[in-house]
Design a protein around this ligand. Structure first.
Ligand code: PHE
Length: 400
């Protein structure tokens, strides 16, 4: 707001002073916000002409594939929202930052997004460990956080401001246990868990329980830590236990290296994992060793549902022909669910926005219908993907 504008407004105030005081105040208000004054972008934002939404993502580093995909989906959603008139008469302005896939960074970033950028809500993350870092900060500040694709139950358990638009790992673990038993016909399974990732530790447990309750045996349980590159010792022990399949609840980098090294050691049984395997890098790192492996995830671009095909088309057009994966689809839906809640709330203020997100019911998105339950989780179907002839191939859909 320039000085001239203030002087101008003051002049109008002097003329109006013979009228009722209330009227004068009203006119002063109008003069101060009038179009006569040019404002910088910051001033406009501060005036609330845009709605600032924060996003934290692993845009670089070990799980860059997660952040890149999720971010692109989120960007496409913001484009779509703004192209159709925005929300509450304003455009959404996505303020995003890269946590470099590094521990500790997400907390710092989210603190900045809230205190410096004054975002009204936060979108993120993919990896449960990083969502778990940011969630307490959002909760303490009463800023709603919507994770697109963190599946560990502990994420939303942080508090009533934390939501997710994907299924959780108790569901994923159980479906993988059924898949091992019924589709792979494996009663003897070995498991290799990333003890440094809350996602991996969680999913291992949610697999173990239903698998063994159903008569299956875990013939070997081995451990590794995110970033490890040599898995020969664990795989040698697993080979000796003679499993019919190997479950690797972990992320794509290690999953691909583990599969490669298993084949080098002459292990021929199928390997399988959860959504952490989903990334084009799985094939780039693992190469032909990935043939005949399986994993569960949230969506398939091969789905013929009109909502999916329209999304795939728009995503390809915006990102140079790239086919969106599950993280992109969930990133898209996370922003859409937020915008829908803002519209229903009629405001971005708390606790009204939080309450509107919590009330999300049958919101039709790319990854199916989102209804948030009392624990702020979604219930959705999963798909099984296999690798065949060097390509990801859809196998089946498993509904809750
Ligand atoms: N569900 C994983 C986690 O919670 C992240 C993930 C989601 C990875 C979707 C790939 C696809 O850590």
């Amino acid at each position: 707001m320039g000085e001239a504008c203030v002087a101008d407004a003051f002049g109008q105030f002097m003329i109006m002073k013979k009228y009722f005081f209330l009227l004068a105040v009203l006119v002063l208000g109008i003069a101060l916000t009038g179009t006569g004054c040019k404002k910088t972008a910051e001033e406009t934002a501060a005036d609330g002409k845009v709605i600032k939404v924060g996003e934290f993502a692993s845009l670089t580093g070990k799980e860059a594939a997660f952040g890149q995909s999720s971010h692109k989906g989120t960007l496409l959603a913001v484009d779509d929202i703004n192209a159709s008139g925005g929300v509450l008469g304003k455009n959404i302005n996505l303020v995003y930052e890269d946590n470099q896939s590094k521990p500790g960074e997400s907390a710092t970033i989210v603190r900045k997004l809230i205190s410096r950028d004054k975002v009204v809500a936060v979108l993120g993350e993919v990896a449960s460990g990083r969502s778990l870092e940011a969630a307490p900060i959002c909760q303490d500040n009463k800023i709603p956080m919507i994770s697109p694709s963190s599946t560990n139950p502990k994420v939303t358990a942080v508090g009533d401001y934390i939501f997710r638009v994907c299924f959780t790992d108790p569901f994923q673990g159980k479906l993988l246990a059924n898949f091992a038993k019924n589709s792979l016909k494996a009663n003897r399974v070995a498991m290799l868990t990333d003890v440094a990732a809350p996602y991996s530790v969680g999913l291992a447990g949610f697999f173990r329980e239903p698998f063994t309750a159903n008569g299956g045996t875990l013939v070997a349980e081995q451990k590794f830590s995110s970033g490890d590159k040599d898995f020969k010792a664990q795989l040698t022990a697993i080979k000796a236990a003679n499993p019919e399949a190997i479950f690797v609840p972990g992320y794509y980098t290690e999953a691909a290296l583990i599969t490669q090294q298993a084949r080098q050691l002459g292990i021929t049984v199928p390997l399988f994992g959860g959504d952490g395997w989903e990334a084009p890098e799985l094939l780039q790192i693992g190469g032909s060793a990935m043939e005949g492996t399986y994993y569960s995830t949230h969506y398939s671009a091969e789905d013929t549902a009109p909502a999916v095909q329209e999304f795939v088309k728009k995503f390809r057009a915006k990102f140079g022909g790239e086919t969106p994966d599950a993280m992109a689809a969930l990133g898209y839906d996370s922003a859409m669910v937020l915008a829908d809640a803002m519209k229903r709330a009629g405001t971005t203020e708390e606790p009204k926005l939080r309450d509107a997100i919590a009330a999300t019911k049958d919101y039709v998105g790319v990854t199916g219908k989102t209804t948030l339950d009392a624990e702020r989780n979604a219930t959705k179907g999963a798909v099984i993907i296999t690798i065949k002839d060097g390509k990801f191939k859809y196998v089946e859909t498993i509904n809750p």
